[in-house]
Design a protein around this ligand. Structure first.
Ligand SMILES: Cc1cc2nc3c(=O)[nH]c(=O)nc-3n(C[C@H](O)[C@H](O)[C@H](O)COP(=O)(O)OP(=O)(O)OC[C@H]3O[C@@H](n4cnc5c(N)ncnc54)[C@H](O)[C@@H]3O)c2cc1C
Length: 510
């Protein structure tokens, strides 16, 4: 009894003490610099009651799924902020896909991850199509922040699959917002940045289950920079490039549907699985790269060779698949997960920083050539740059999708043609674990971001950028869209309890 009492007192003491709330990368990687308490909610009703109590005392609230983001931009800097962790609010219900129907729906709660939903649907002969982003992320967190897969042909914003969003507003009540492009409530909720409230439930579109292939080819830099990029990406259900700037090569990865009877192979993709030994070897090359360009060049050459082979195992035997193309169930191939017995990169200290900016795909060649010029200028100044991330610089694409704050929205006042979709320049880099932890030629990354934002119509990804990048990019967001969003936000959350740094930088609060 005394023991329980002591734990209670300690918990209370801890809850009153402001401390960081970390991203998936753990201590030293705050999503929020100071929070007063973290609630591990277990039901939608409990989340409502937490918000109701917070509203009474004007306490700032943020929801968090899996913390799969990079920088300290989740909350505002108010140390009285509380976090509602949604992980244990994860029921799936009301699957409705009648025999022979081309699409149906399912209801999911805030903490449901892509992997959890995909496994459930697969067991029931259904899938979420091409809105799969990653295995270790919640759909609600993805929709809140405008996350997306890579496709110019198919809808790949996760929000594109949402039919209804049930949002706990600033009074603790649930407002149901249905897909309706003529309603600003919907257009704000579709990429809400978590500023309207907690997404508690989502009615999500489903399709009959299907199989896909994954194929990968190696292209020269010249073939991409001077090629028809749209034609290299648009024909496929999902496609992207990985850029290896030191080697001047690209991996061109693409996926599409196959007849379910075409192959018995069950390919399972993993992008994060490593053993401790592999991670230690990688750290042994990447950390000296803080000081030596040659070490980074060795890392890029090694990673390029590793990623030229399929990053897939056969699911039924866990044996490595050695040749392209790879076949399998859509979710195993498109997102996969961890190989049995492996850890994630971040479990073993391999951590990254990133930058992601979207540009109109009509300017794709100009953007990539501008980046190449930055690489060339840096090399000429004696600081050759490389990719220090496991699979190269990720070049993704997004089909146009209209909402107020999404990365691939259209009809904006910048006058740029976003109607054909967007190219996303996603530049992850290894963060050294030694010394001052700054990267080799650290100013390069900041100067490149500034140049790209200044010189092109552009939009930031909402969880893959620093405060510095949001501040630089805020004027690139359509002012009318921001004003319409602010009006919707004020309706859902008049007292601004769901505020965040991103919302503040965008001027969504008075
Ligand atoms: C390794 C890795 C790979 C990734 N790949 C991609 C990719 O391919 N494409 C892409 O677009 N993104 C990608 N992301 C980014 C990721 O999709 C987003 O950061 C997403 O928001 C993370 O979801 P989460 O559940 O982990 O949410 P968290 O990280 O916990 O939260 C992210 C933000 O969403 C808000 N939020 C979370 N849940 C809710 C809710 N229920 N209601 C309201 N607001 C909420 C939080 O307050 C916070 O501001 C990747 C991230 C990582 C780390």
């Amino acid at each position: 009894m005394f023991y329980l009492y002591a734990i209670g007192v300690l918990t209370l003491a801890w809850s009153c003490h402001a401390e960081p709330f970390n991203t998936f990368d753990g201590p030293g990687h705050p999503a929020c610099n100071n929070v007063a308490k973290v609630y591990n909610a277990t039901s939608v009703e409990q989340m409502q009651s937490i918000v109701r109590d917070a509203a009474k005392s004007d306490t700032p609230v943020r929801a968090s799924g899996k913390g799969h983001m990079w920088y300290d931009t989740m909350c505002s800097d108010d140390p009285t902020t509380i976090i509602i962790r949604t992980e244990d609010v994860n029921k799936i219900s009301d699957l409705n896909l009648p025999e022979g129907a081309s699409e149906g729906s399912v209801m999911i709660e805030a903490g449901v991850t892509f992997l959890q939903l995909a496994e459930y649907l697969h067991e029931n002969g259904a899938s979420v199509g091409y809105t799969l982003v990653n295995w270790n992320i919640t759909l609600a967190g993805s929709i809140a922040m405008g996350a997306h897969r890579s496709s110019l042909r198919e809808d790949s914003m996760v929000a594109a699959g949402a039919l209804e969003l049930h949002i706990i507003d600033g009074t603790g009540n649930i407002t149901v917002v249905k897909r309706d492009n003529n309603n600003d409530d919907w257009l704000a909720a579709s990429t809400s940045l978590g500023l309207l409230g907690v997404i508690a439930r989502i009615k999500f579109k489903v399709y009959p289950d299907f199989k896909v292939y994954a194929q990968q080819k190696i292209l020269t830099e010249d073939e991409v920079l001077n090629g028809d990029i749209y034609e290299m990406i648009q024909p496929y259900a999902t496609a992207n490039f990985w850029w290896w700037p030191f080697l001047k090569k690209f991996h061109h990865r693409y996926y599409d549907k196959i007849d379910i009877n075409n192959s018995t192979q069950e390919g399972f993709q993993s992008t994060f699985s490593v053993t401790k030994t592999e991670a230690d070897l990688a750290l042994g090359i990447l950390n000296p790269g803080k000081y030596l360009a040659t070490s980074n060049q060795l890392a890029e050459t090694t990673f390029f060779a590793l990623w030229s082979a399929p990053n897939f195992h056969e699911k039924t035997t866990d044996k490595a698949i050695l040749t392209w193309p790879v076949y399998g169930w859509n979710y195993d191939v498109l997102i996969g997960g961890l190989y049995p017995g492996y850890g994630t990169e971040w479990d073993f200290g391999l951590r990254g920083l990133t930058l992601e900016l979207a540009f109109p795909v009509t300017q794709a060649n100009a953007v990539l050539k501008r980046v190449r010029k930055a690489f060339d200028d840096s090399a000429a100044a004696g600081k050759p740059m490389t990719s220090t991330y496991r699979s190269g610089i990720n070049i993704k694409f997004g089909k146009a999708y209209f909402d107020l704050l999404g990365q691939v929205t259209t009809n904006t006042s910048d006058g740029a043609d976003w109607s054909q979709g967007a190219i996303m320049f996603d530049f992850p880099s290894f963060q050294p674990t030694i010394g001052d932890k700054l990267r080799y030629n650290e100013p390069f990354y900041h100067n490149l971001a500034q140049a790209l934002i200044t010189e092109f119509p552009c939009r930031p990804h909402w969880t893959k950028n620093t405060r510095e990048v949001f501040t630089l990019a805020k004027d690139k967001i359509d002012a009318t869209h921001l004003a319409r969003f602010k009006k919707a936000r004020e309706k859902f959350d008049p007292n601004g309890i769901f505020k965040s740094i991103v919302g503040q930088i965008l001027g969504l609060y008075d």
